[in-house]
Design a protein around this ligand. Structure first.
Ligand SMILES: [Fe+2]
Length: 440
């Protein structure tokens, strides 16, 4: 080969290969969310409510696939470091989830879960997850007392820009309120059901709080792919919710029982999409409410019975779910989907609505996506364009409900008083502030 020919070939190589190399290097470093990829260090650590929160709690976490085996260590908490002398180690149940984010390469990750049982009410525990050189920090949680009041947070859709825009709401709630027993998410936790970095963002927004305060979540339409409605495989891999509902709806339709509070999740998307799963949920709901010995019943599902705008009403929730809530006197329904705030009552009888009777319905939104709210007769308080968090306190005879804006301002407040016959009286304590109704 002549010198000229060699130089020409080198030149061509530089012209054609370098851009390819530069592109591939760019591609691997271009995604600012690549810090959400799995590693040997456990992440996405979360406590889930079990069906009996006074005896057990469920833990999930993620690693890369080099960790085929992962462990949880647990001990009763002590005021000093000596709890480390008395730990129990439990091997996790592990499954591999293959997922993707946009055009990025396929992501392989191992999801690990442990069900902690035999726990004692009123006792604090510490736990960590991982193994070898890659353990998490120790997290601490407390099992509620059996005769204690129950306090929990409720968030509407977080869904969009979760790290950027939901984190402050969550943190304000944790800073401003007493310690919560658990958190409820009313669906649409992410925007694209199987986008792995969106789920990473959801976990990132909660960080250590998810690992410290147990959660229960009900799925929204954005947790499903369409035709037919299929729950994202992320759900069962990364959560570890009760499986005491109808067959085929594990971890989406279930109940959690505190001594005087039953809290139920229904799978709203399958009520909407599947006659079979709709009927299964209606039959199951009737059964558990018929046999319900508890004083208070709260239910969560994504599609609201009464919407925040008349053109958003969900006929199936009205036709199939409302009659059951009315018949069994469910106290409170906490819902999502409408990207606005509204709270009120409407009890249907002979085709007429009684706005002073029955289940209290709430719709709220915790993320930044906002839809207009249109005044409707069922609403006692409403808001447009307002990210909120809700604190619900359940005591022996009073359920207290408070809604705060992201600024920590009380926006709505009411109590449900239960009499000795099981009848409810709603007491309004709405703050004397104007309703937020306009696009700014
Ligand atoms: Fe939705």
């Amino acid at each position: 080969m002549s010198k000229l020919c060699l130089l020409k070939r080198m030149f061509l190589a530089l012209v054609f290969v370098c851009p390819i190399l530069a592109f591939s290097q760019n591609k691997s470093s271009i995604n600012p969310d690549s810090y959400l990829l799995p590693s040997a260090r456990p992440d996405r650590i979360i406590l889930n409510l079990s069906e009996n929160p006074l005896e057990s709690i469920h833990v999930n976490w993620r690693t890369d696939t080099t960790h085929v085996v992962s462990h949880l260590e647990v001990a009763k908490a002590t005021s000093g470091p000596e709890f480390r002398d008395n730990t129990e180690q439990i091997k996790a149940v592990t499954e591999t989830l293959v997922s993707q984010q946009d055009e990025e390469p396929t992501i392989h990750a191992n999801y690990h879960q442990v069900k902690l049982t035999g726990l004692e009410p009123g006792t604090s525990y510490v736990y960590r997850v991982g193994g070898g050189e890659f353990w998490s920090e120790w997290f601490q949680f407390t099992i509620p007392e059996d005769d204690q009041e129950v306090n929990f947070l409720y968030f509407g859709d977080v869904q969009n820009e979760v790290v950027a825009m939901f984190s402050r709401v969550f943190r304000e709630a944790v800073i401003n309120l007493p310690k919560m027993d658990f958190t409820v998410y009313a669906g649409d936790l992410v925007n694209h059901e199987s986008a792995d970095f969106e789920w990473g963002g959801w976990f990132e927004a909660g960080q250590w709080i998810h690992a410290t305060i147990p959660s229960m979540m009900t799925p929204g339409n954005h947790e499903f792919s369409k035709n037919p409605a299929t729950l994202t495989p992320h759900w069962n891999a990364q959560f570890n919710l009760p499986i005491n509902g109808p067959e085929g709806l594990e971890e989406t339709t279930y109940e959690v029982n505190f001594p005087e509070l039953k809290i139920i999740s229904l799978d709203g998307e399958q009520i909407d999409e599947s006659p079979r799963y709709r009927k299964a949920q209606m039959d199951w709901l009737r059964t558990i409410l018929t046999e319900n010995p508890r004083k208070w019943t709260v239910i969560t599902f994504h599609y609201p019975v009464y919407a925040t705008a008349p053109d958003r009403y969900h006929d199936k929730m009205i036709d199939y779910i409302r009659p059951i809530l009315q018949e069994f006197k469910v106290d409170l329904a906490i819902q999502g989907h409408d990207h606005a705030y509204a709270r009120g009552r409407a009890f249907e009888e002979n085709g007429k609505l009684d706005f002073g009777k029955g289940t209290v319905y709430v719709v709220s939104v915790a993320g930044p996506k906002m839809y207009e709210v249109k005044a409707d007769a069922w609403m006692e308080r409403k808001a447009y364009g307002t990210q909120t968090y809700q604190w619900i306190k359940v005591t022996k005879d009073v359920l207290s409900f408070k809604t705060y804006t992201a600024l920590g301002e009380l926006y709505d407040s009411f109590e449900i008083h239960k009499d000795s016959q099981g009848g409810n009286t709603v007491v309004n304590n709405i703050p004397d502030t104007p309703e937020r109704l306009q696009r700014k």
